[in-house]
Design a protein around this ligand. Structure first.
Ligand SMILES: *[C@@H]1O[C@H](CO)[C@@H](O)[C@H](O)[C@H]1NC(C)=O
Ligand SMILES: *[C@@H]1O[C@H](CO)[C@@H](O)[C@H](O)[C@H]1NC(C)=O
Ligand SMILES: *[C@@H]1O[C@H](CO)[C@@H](O)[C@H](O)[C@H]1NC(C)=O
Ligand SMILES: *[C@@H]1O[C@H](CO)[C@@H](O)[C@H](O)[C@H]1NC(C)=O
Length: 503
């Protein structure tokens, strides 16, 4: 089949471009140490175009607002009473707007029908060799700063109503623009800011927390060593969210992309190769259109590994936040990362649980990579046979891991645990039953913040035997003791969650 070759060639071209970025030396500096803002009012050298798109025609540029030409503001029917989104694209192979642009425009209007959605067009500069386009982010950032500054001055438009959204190289354009305007814009959203040439660059050349009152960032394609990663790996905002660890996204593996290529044809190749990178945009779109019913939550955690053990599902003191548009503007200490797991398609939301189990056994037993099936039964729904490979299973030891469900099961009532047979013959099966006993399972739900203890349904212990029946646990009576405590906790959580911190 030819498609695989074409895929590999496309990957190769992209990688070649990215790698070439490292051969360039420093860009000529355009930020002098001067304190004059006069240059901000020189509109003669602006190359970038600013198109006010409409909800009716989200995919075409029908009206450009031109800095310095005041009449273009009413001509394009800019609404000075409402908020403005400025959408900034990234590097492009084709020199055309990618298909996500009208999707994001539509989603922004769906959520904020009266808003102004302006699409920045720097396609000619974005179509160069990657390193050349990366260098252009400074000039484009200057253009955007001039535009925003002019619009604000001309209309006496409130800075709080300006929200810049940049994807890939566009995220750094937004950062540079925010840094250069003579007042901070309200918010910048960085959608998988580009990594190559920016990972080790200084704050003035990249998106950084100083570029707006609030900077939120989604990192979705940060695979490989830092200097090779398509998305920037280090945190660059006030809130930096790493969905699925930030490395790559579910549904974006080669098998899936090959299937997509077969289904959608070769013209979509470019987007398919960038599946994980572009996922940042679709997660943001998801938060605009599904935020009401399916708002994804992210949790602050010291590492992806700790998150995968379920250790970070805590919402106290702004440790959790909403993903995307509805994020609560808390300015976390720098270099804090937040994590979540997502589905492979929209709506991306998953419910997170920490499961903690202590395994007793009289004999000394030790296993690795054991296949388990866990079933959760709640007041609204249930999710049965969730697979989990337990990395370590030892006598008299506790394990903690993260489990997710697509469905909202409500308050948990019952838990079942089954130990699957290995695929191959095992000596321990022959010698006798591999057998652990479990007194209780502790489960913490991230989305509801409720904690529960689940005790063996029959007797003091439930028995977990490889290849045998489920061990069954039900909501424990012990749990009642902490009910009041839980309510207090939830109130506190709620309070802190909806009060915006100013620090
Ligand atoms: C001052 O800085 C701006 C950009 O920061 C630059 O465009 C301008 O040329 C500088 N002016 C002088 C006189 O150095
Ligand atoms: C610019 O800097 C110079 C010297 O650092 C200072 O004398 C001048 O007052 C500054 N101008 C403004 C407008 O801040
Ligand atoms: C595990 O702990 C129990 C009691 O807590 C003890 O009876 C048993 O011998 C221990 N098992 C091992 C393998 O140490
Ligand atoms: C625990 O609470 C449930 C429901 O509120 C109640 O039915 C049950 O009797 C309580 N158990 C104890 C031991 O208090």
């Amino acid at each position: 089949m030819g498609t695989e070759n074409i895929y590999l060639i496309t990957v190769w071209i992209i990688l070649a471009n990215i790698c070439a970025a490292f051969s360039t030396t420093s860009e000529p500096t355009i930020f002098g140490n001067n304190n004059s803002t006069k240059w901000l009012e020189d509109y003669t050298d602006i190359v970038t175009k600013f198109s006010l798109r409409t909800a009716e025609v989200p995919d075409d540029d029908l009206c450009y607002i031109v800095p310095g030409q005041q009449l273009t503001i009413p001509e394009c029917e800019f609404n000075p009473e409402t908020q403005t989104f400025v959408v900034i694209h990234g590097w492009t192979v084709t020199g055309l707007f990618e298909s996500w642009v009208p999707k994001l425009v539509t989603a922004l209007y769906e959520r904020e029908p009266k808003a102004n959605v302006i699409v920045v067009d720097w396609l000619t500069r974005a179509q160069q060799h990657y390193s050349t386009s990366a260098g252009y982010t400074k000039l484009v950032g200057k253009d955007v700063a001039k535009f925003v500054n002019w619009l604000q001055k001309t209309l006496d438009y409130p800075w709080e109503k300006i929200h810049l959204l940049g994807y890939s190289l566009g995220a750094h354009v937004a950062g540079i623009a925010g840094f250069l305007t003579d007042h901070k814009v309200n918010r910048i959203t960085g959608l998988d800011p580009a990594g190559p040439t920016f990972e080790y660059a200084d704050a003035h050349s990249t998106l950084s927390p100083d570029d707006a009152l609030f900077v939120d960032v989604l990192h979705t394609n940060t695979r490989g060593s830092p200097d090779r990663s398509i998305g920037i790996q280090r945190p660059v905002g006030h809130v930096d969210i790493y969905p699925n660890g930030g490395t790559f996204q579910p549904g974006c593996d080669l098998q899936n992309t090959m299937k997509m290529i077969a289904l959608t044809g070769i013209h979509n190749m470019d987007q398919i190769v960038k599946c994980s990178h572009e996922r940042s945009i679709h997660l943001f779109i998801d938060s605009l259109v599904n935020g009401q019913d399916h708002q994804s939550m992210a949790y602050r955690c010291s590492s992806k590994e700790a998150f995968m053990k379920g250790m970070c599902l805590n919402c106290r003191k702004n440790r959790c936040n909403k993903v995307g548009y509805n994020v609560v503007a808390v300015r976390l200490p720098r270099s804090t990362k937040m994590f979540l797991k997502t589905r492979e398609m929209m709506p991306f939301k998953l419910f997170h649980f920490q499961v903690k189990i202590h395994f007793f056994s009289s004999e000394k037993l030790s296993y690795t990579e054991q296949p388990m099936k866990i079933s959760l039964y709640g007041t609204h729904d249930e999710k049965t046979d969730i697979p989990y490979i337990m990395p370590q299973l030892n006598s008299n030891s506790t394990v903690s891991f993260l489990l997710t469900t697509e469905v909202d099961i409500g308050e948990l009532l019952m838990v079942k645990l089954r130990w699957e047979k290995d695929a191959y013959f095992s000596w321990s099966d022959w010698w006798g039953n591999s057998n652990f006993h479990i007194r209780k399972i502790r489960i913490k739900a991230g989305e509801t913040q409720s904690k529960g203890i689940f005790s063996a349904k029959d007797g003091e212990f439930a028995y977990l035997v490889r290849g045998k029946d489920d061990a069954v646990f039900v909501k424990s009576k012990e749990d009642n003791l902490s009910r009041k405590e839980k309510t207090m906790h939830r109130l506190k959580m709620h309070g802190s969650h909806f009060t915006q911190s100013t620090e």
